[in-house]
Design a protein around this ligand. Sequence first.
Ligand SMILES: NC(=O)c1ccc[n+]([C@@H]2O[C@H](COP(=O)([O-])OP(=O)(O)OC[C@H]3O[C@@H](n4cnc5c(N)ncnc54)[C@H](OP(=O)(O)O)[C@@H]3O)[C@@H](O)[C@H]2O)c1
Length: 230
Amino acid sequence: MTTTPATILLIGASRGLGLGLAEEYLARGWQVVATARDPVRATRLAALAEAHPGRLRIEALDVMAPGDAAALAERLAGTHADVLFVVAGRSGFSDAPIHQVPQDGAALEFLTNSYAPPVVAEALLPVLKSQAPIVLMTSILGSIANNAGGMELYRASKAALNMLGSSFALRHPDRAVLLMHPGWVRTEMGGSSAPLDIATSVRGMADVIAARGADRGVAYLDYTGATIPW
Ligand SMILES: NC(=O)c1ccc[n+]([C@@H]2O[C@H](COP(=O)([O-])OP(=O)(O)OC[C@H]3O[C@@H](n4cnc5c(N)ncnc54)[C@H](OP(=O)(O)O)[C@@H]3O)[C@@H](O)[C@H]2O)c1
């Protein structure tokens, strides 16, 4: 008897944690649909696809481009993915208190980190199984309870994502909505002093999704499965 492999849809996989998640799920035997803003420049993702013929499909998607996610859903018509993970995010103005951040910079970060993930998730619902979990990449820095100062814009954008993820979960009560903190990881965003490597973080997140993906409602978790206070 043959079984169909499970499929994950990864939004924002050109590099960093998204690319690492693609590698991890391929190693687990899954089919992967991975998006990049500019697939031509996503050379490491292309190399991964070449190393796994027929198992990694690369699609173009900019989370800031209205209509991109709906167009992707049309191209994927007939797909019934088991997990959606919106990974894409940005971080700028790390040392600036909010009054020193220019309005256009703040708008770009809020739209990318807070507004886009639930909007993209909503557009991709038609290509997900009815109870497939939605995973949104947040950060422990979005926890108001844990606020230690600094990175004001980024913290606020991830706190807003947590709220919008929670609202999304209320509208879709039959699914798990996992707001996932990957740990502090050595990527372009995390920097070289971060304690975690990508492989450890993505292995942990995939294990958490396997353990919690069939739940219902919202959870704010880190890559070890620990609950983070809102
Ligand atoms: N690294 C950490 O320690 C850490 C900790 C907590 C949370 N996070 C979160 O984890 C996620 C991934 O971060 P990372 O560390 O892997 O950062 P990264 O190496 O800087 O990668 C960021 C990814 O987001 C994509 N992206 C940015 N804007 C996009 C847009 N408009 N449309 C589509 N894709 C877009 C980038 O694509 P391009 O290649 O096209 O730019 C890239 O693939 C982010 O949401 C981040 O906030 C990271």
